[in-house]
Design a protein around this ligand. Structure first.
Ligand code: DLZ
Length: 153
């Protein structure tokens, strides 16, 4: 089992390093890292991690900025990541933290780390322990900020 980590230099936190640290706590798997300048470069990095470096699942980590052009960029990158999944039949876990989700740099750093770590656990579950995800179905999980919990009638 090999997990790929694609991340960017545009991000203001080392999301790739955090993801690798978290995955190592939960599983003994091969890891491949591929760093690109920005989120629009992630789809091909993910595809190469799968097709050329033998990854079974990839995490795509990035930080869209707060400007309108960054949001467009994020939407385009997301579409590329979905296409990559359909072309390769492998999961790409998109971990995007929009810079304007946080009120300041301190909260941004916290959110980027938290979301990355929680999705790294999801990546391990998806790759190795899918039954663990089944147990969490419909429980209102969120990555980063607090879980919202299940809705009850
Ligand atoms: C406008 C813009 N915004 C972002 C962003 O919010 N986050 C990010 O990671 N990268 C951004 N980029 C860079 C592109 O994703 C890409 O790296 C360049 O267009 C080079 O292909 C661009 C060009």
């Amino acid at each position: 089992m090999k997990i790929g980590i694609a991340d960017t230099t545009f991000a203001r936190v080392d999301m790739g390093g955090i993801a690798i640290d978290e995955i190592r706590k939960h599983a003994s798997v091969g890891l491949e890292r591929y760093v690109v300048p920005g989120i629009k470069d992630l789809p091909v990095a993910c595809k190469k991690l799968i097709e050329e470096r033998g990854c079974d699942l990839v995490m795509a980590l990035g930080m869209p900025g707060g400007a309108e052009k960054d949001k467009v960029c994020a939407h385009e990158a997301s579409q590329g990541l979905i296409l990559c999944q359909l072309m390769t039949n492998k999961h790409v876990i998109e971990v995007f933290v929009h810079e304007d989700e946080a009120r300041n740099a301190k909260e941004l750093a916290w959110l980027m780390e938290q979301r990355t770590r929680e999705h790294a656990v999801n990546a391990v579950r998806l790759a190795l322990r899918p039954k663990d995800l089944e147990k969490l179905a419909g429980t209102g999980q969120r990555q980063g900020f607090e879980d919202v919990g299940p809705a009850r009638p």
